[in-house]
Write a protein that binds this ligand. Sequence first.
Ligand code: DAT
Ligand code: MG
Length: 149
Amino acid sequence: MERTLVLIKPDAVQRGLIGEIILRLERRGLKLIAAKFLQVNQELAETHYAVHKGKPFYEGLVRYITSSPVMAMVWEGPNAIAAVRQTMGATRPTEAAPGTIRHDFALEVGRNLTHASDSPETAAQEIALWFKPEELYPWDRATDAWIMG
Ligand code: DAT
Ligand code: MG
């Protein structure tokens, strides 16, 4: 079982796509175990995107993620990390496969709607950065046996 951090970024919130994005993850069979709606401060943004510090798009990325509220969530499931990134699509919306969130709703890499952890190591780091342990609520779902063999 894996857990992954998902952010519905400011452009998606402003565009009214929170429900659409949650719908796709929920429908896939992933299980929501934590969620919060918040305005990201400079410190959180810089820590979250520390890996990109020094890249030409870094400053713009921090400005974007702090520009308006985001929805932060933890989703759980078998292969959750790869599954969420697949449902989200490639980083550049014009390279994302049809049927993915970034293909279906975005045009530019700098407004690509979502974030998701890319490995078990980053998932653990990012979940700990965005959520306190007591803010995670693992639960038994009546349909689990029909989604996980
Ligand atoms: P992803 O969000 O798919 O994990 P990433 O970790 O490589 O992609 O980059 C983080 C974010 O930074 C990405 O969602 C959008 C932005 N970004 C990446 N490459 C960029 C580029 N060449 N120009 C502008 N923004 C970029
Ligand atoms: Mg990334």
